[in-house]
Design a protein around this ligand. Sequence first.
Ligand SMILES: [Zn+2]
Ligand SMILES: [Zn+2]
Length: 346
Amino acid sequence: MKSVRLVKIGEPLQDLEVPIPDIGPSEVLIRVSAAGICHSDEHYRAGVSKIDKLPLTLGHEVAGVVDKVGAQVRNVAPGDRVCVHYLVHCGQCEFCRRGLEQFCLTVQMIGKDRDGGYAEFIKVPAKNAFKLPDEIPFEVGAITMCSSATSLHALNKARIKSGESVAIFGFGGLGYSALQLARAFDCGPVYIVEINATKLALAKKLGAVAIDANAGDPVERIKQATNGQGVDISLELIGSAKMMRQAALCLAPLGRAALVGLTKESMSIFPYTELINREAEIIGVSDHLASELPALIEFARNGKLCFPSDALRVVDLDAGQINAALDQLRNSIDHVRTIIKVTSDK
Ligand SMILES: [Zn+2]
Ligand SMILES: [Zn+2]
């Protein structure tokens, strides 16, 4: 089968023919229809995030059609439309037993620790395949499994309640999902902090308050817009220590800042004045849980989470096109997400 693989860190991905994987009794073989190109994939290619085993087929945002199932598989059958939960977990360790599989002692990420979906086929454990309703296009099913799932987990970790105001730092794939999901929870006003003019215009068009981070201190702007109070929830989705600090400082008393973006920079906080006397919380957010996916898939099915076609760019399963899309992710792109269309819809 055709696959696009990372062969050497720091070098472009390559088109390579590899065998269609054999499946075990509890695994499924999926014919990939769509695979999202994620900013994390650029980090893997560049060596920012460590990859242990090469060559590797990238792609952790995958949707397609079940082709074959192992003898013990009951949850899906050949012909089912599915999307893939990217964390392969043991199901038996202490964390898995508590439903916290992102901390599984032997957790593997599809497209990072094992072959992913930049290919015509992928094999995954059957428990990682979730049925994708007919109303959801494969492209949306694929990206929902990463950026939307992480945004939902961030809002859950921040314990969002109806009517609460939300500040979103960064309006890429995560932010675009976070805005819609916050509204699915019936949130109050949403403030979107960005530097990209196209994204600021889109945020405004979608009814959020757009705040240009280049045009003054976003914390001041949020405070002014909220009668000096600040917001109940903030999400940092970029991975900037400066913005993480702003996400903490723009909180109202009892506010919660959920930090999602990755950075190696440190962040300073004055504990007394900036956290303690406001009982504000700073919360780390990592990945998401399989138990959150059914609600997410339902939001995508009922239209509360949607990606209009002009938010998406489509490329072929071709190393040249995928490398170019990864190059673009190093800078701010104007559209929301790029997706590899592997086979046409059915
Ligand atoms: Zn991703
Ligand atoms: Zn485990």
